[in-house]
Design a protein around this ligand. Structure first.
Ligand SMILES: Cc1cc2nc3c(=O)[nH]c(=O)nc-3n(C[C@H](O)[C@H](O)[C@H](O)COP(=O)(O)OP(=O)(O)OC[C@H]3O[C@@H](n4cnc5c(N)ncnc54)[C@H](O)[C@@H]3O)c2cc1C
Length: 356
């Protein structure tokens, strides 16, 4: 991976000011950028951020790709991926490396530093506070993703990718004919539990309460399903196994009685926490905290701030949807930047006429 100092600047956009000026003039004027000024700043270098960086860099926008950790996002927590078009089967880490190489090839500047805060000034310029100082950009694309909520029990981390999963669509096909445990009581748990019956021999939904938060229509469907059973008022205390998961240790919350359920996999659906809250202005979000965006542009309610991937309120969260969102967001952000520059140019010309 190349660091910020090694890779230098992204190419200037065709409409930016004369070469050389941007290193000398300390201003946030869009047409006289400094080395910390960009057309587009992308927050997070998971699949969405990497795709956004690719499109923005390849279209010769001055592009900053800000990432707190190693680029790749959730790809780095994923073993095999079999549902990314063009790759029959690929390790998450390998796909991340390919995406990163392509993105950097087209000139996006990777800045490895956590974004702490984003503010918007009166001119609409976005000020992004990072661990390495401030970066400014005309448009920001938020691609900071999120994390599945964990059970925090022994075995969960050890068996991640070896029987513990947080995504039925992603990993269900790896469990053909297996007995599976699904943990959770919301829509996701019941819906994904039903989905897993396509592959599994038996799915046991384990829930700590007696009633479900999931819609009753889903719960009824699960109750009627011959491959689904329920264990209620029960928590998972540990996940056990050798090479792979072989069972879950359970405890009844009322009686304290413990038992072991033999399973070949555990799917955890106890929530997902989106990485939001970086922007000072109020960004519209849904009841679960995901950003609400315009479906045609991925723009949030704050002009010039876009969102793509897992941070966005949408039906499903996949690598394909993340890169798709990012493509739309970047095309829209580029148009936004160019329109803003035109407005600035017109304003400057009018000012000059007044002075003359
Ligand atoms: C275990 C697991 C397995 C999966 N398997 C598959 C699969 O097989 N197929 C599939 O299609 N999908 C799969 N998914 C879902 C897929 O990985 C996600 O939908 C996808 O990664 C979302 O991409 P993203 O770029 O929106 O977010 P992320 O991948 O979450 O990337 C966000 C990035 O933003 C960075 N970031 C966060 N906050 C900040 C900050 N303040 N400053 C700077 N950077 C920040 C993070 O470090 C991270 O790199 C899986 C998910 C998980 C958890």
């Amino acid at each position: 991976m190349r660091s910020r100092s090694q890779i230098g600047r992204a190419p200037s956009s065709p409409s930016s000011s004369a070469p050389g000026l941007h290193h000398e003039v300390a201003t946030t004027d869009m047409n006289h950028p400094t080395s910390r000024d960009f057309d587009i700043a992308i927050v997070g270098a998971g699949p969405a951020g990497l795709a956004a960086g690719l499109y923005a860099g390849r279209n010769r926008m001055r592009t900053a790709l800000l990432e707190a950790r190693a680029p790749g996002g959730q790809l780095l927590n994923t073993e095999l991926i079999e549902d990314y078009p063009g790759q029959k089967s690929i390790l998450g880490g390998d796909l991340a490396a390919i995406m990163l190489g392509q993105t950097l090839h087209f000139g996006a500047e990777l800045i490895t530093s956590p974004v702490k805060r984003i503010t918007v000034d009166d001119s609409g310029m976005k000020h992004i506070e990072t661990g390495e100082g401030e970066v400014r950009a005309a448009a920001v694309i938020l691609t900071a993703g999120g994390n599945p909520r964990k059970l925090d029990v022994p075995g969960e981390v050890e068996f991640a990718g070896r029987g513990v999963s947080y995504c039925a669509v992603c990993d269900g096909a790896f469990f053909k004919g297996a007995d599976l445990a699904v943990v959770g009581g919301g829509d996701a748990a019941v819906e994904e539990g039903l989905f897993l019956t396509r592959y599994a021999r038996r799915v046991t939904i384990i829930h700590r309460r007696n009633g479900f938060r999931a819609q009753s229509i889903l719960v009824e469907e699960a109750r009627r399903h011959p491959q689904v059973s329920f264990i209620l008022n029960t928590v998972v205390e540990a996940i056990a196994g050798g090479e792979k998961v072989s069972g879950v240790k359970l405890r009844h919350v009322n009686t304290g009685e413990t038992s072991t359920l033999p399973v070949g996999g555990v799917f955890v659906f106890v929530g997902f926490v989106p990485n939001t809250g970086l922007v000072d202005a109020h960004l519209e979000h849904d009841s679960a905290g995901y950003y609400v965006t315009d479906p045609h542009t991925m723009m949030t309610n704050v002009p010039g701030i876009f969102a793509a991937g897992d941070v966005r309120s949408q039906l499903t969260r996949q690598i394909t949807t993340a890169v798709g969102d990012a493509t739309t967001a970047t095309m829209a952000a580029m148009r936004w930047v160019e329109d803003t520059k035109r407005r600035v140019d017109v304003g400057t010309a009018e000012q000059a006429q007044l002075v003359a």
